[in-house]
Design a protein. Sequence first.
Length: 406
Amino acid sequence: MKNFKFIILGGGPSGLSFANALINNGISPSDFLLLEKNSNVGGLCRSEMIDGSPLDIGGGHFLDVRRQNVLDFLFRFMPAEEWLLHERISKIRIRGVEIDHPLEANLWQFPTETQIDYLESIAQAGCVSGDQEPRSFAKWITWKFGERISKDYMLPYNRKIWSMDPDFLGTYWLYKLPNVSFRETLLSCLEAKPTGSLPAHGKFLYPKEFGYGEVWRRMGKFLGDSLITNYSIKSIDINNHVINDEFHYENLITSIPWIYWKKYCILPTEIVDAINLLKNASIDIDYIPETLDNDSHWIYEPNESITYHRILLRANFISGSRGYWTETNAKRSSILGKSDIRFHNEFAYPINTIEKPEAVRKILAWAKNHSVVGLGRWGTWEHMNSDVAVDQALRLAHDLCHGALP
């Protein structure tokens, strides 16, 4: 039986970054192993050549520029000169027009009558008038943005992307949403210019000649024999630290969905119950060869009569390409029409249900007692952009290599 100091489950951005960061922290490649079930690494950030150009099969993924440590790390595998910096252009289709995202910063782009409707709604929002913060998701959204923005945008968009009653969602993650100031919004309308800070990916990098999956492919290649692809896990002996009666580990780093663990080993009833509380959204990516006359990088679509929730116009960030792709919750996907090219992502987004925080806390506490650490989007059941996943992996590798348990 082969013995390893670290075994990593899952070759997405988190697992790949952690594995390469181990080398940075002085761990020999012979002391760790990364296991990936697919033939190609990259997870949700993989790319395929479709219609002569790359298509990101997991949806829209871009490299945010705000974490210099992440950029320095990734540029080792794909140098800075191979990336192109973009100023984000994202739109929302609402009330028959397209305006810049985020909505609350760009109300001035609506006709005057619509601006007045939304301003009046914000002025009456509970967070502006000092009402107590509600615990219900739907009521919280209305408390935060007012009746009109909630009805026209926030609630229908959340119903589409999660395909569940919004009141099954918790409110603990909504701190990520911007503050809505009536004064700033009014000033924006009067001066006809946006207010507030840029959202995530306000500036982003995308490869000049490849899809986003290229950087992760190179990271996998760098690992050499420390990476095994097309590997199926049959069993994990949690007490003896053995995978498939083949590999022994001292530390197991898991970036795969916890739901799979029910197949791999016998778990305590309370951990099975906690895993069963975890919910995720499956997303279908459909390629449409038509090139739209639009300068956006992506467009949000809250209209519930339309199946998809986002369009990504690849011709605006992939040189020489044409067409676009859509993102649709798989529960809403229709039969393929204009396109016969679809990529299904069973695990696309963790859903922030009311029960999730306590369930994840129980799972990670149990895992820690068995030398298992959850990492990344699925190991922590937390929606995170790829730069956040890389940053988390770098920090975890440093801590574990220097004797600091997470």
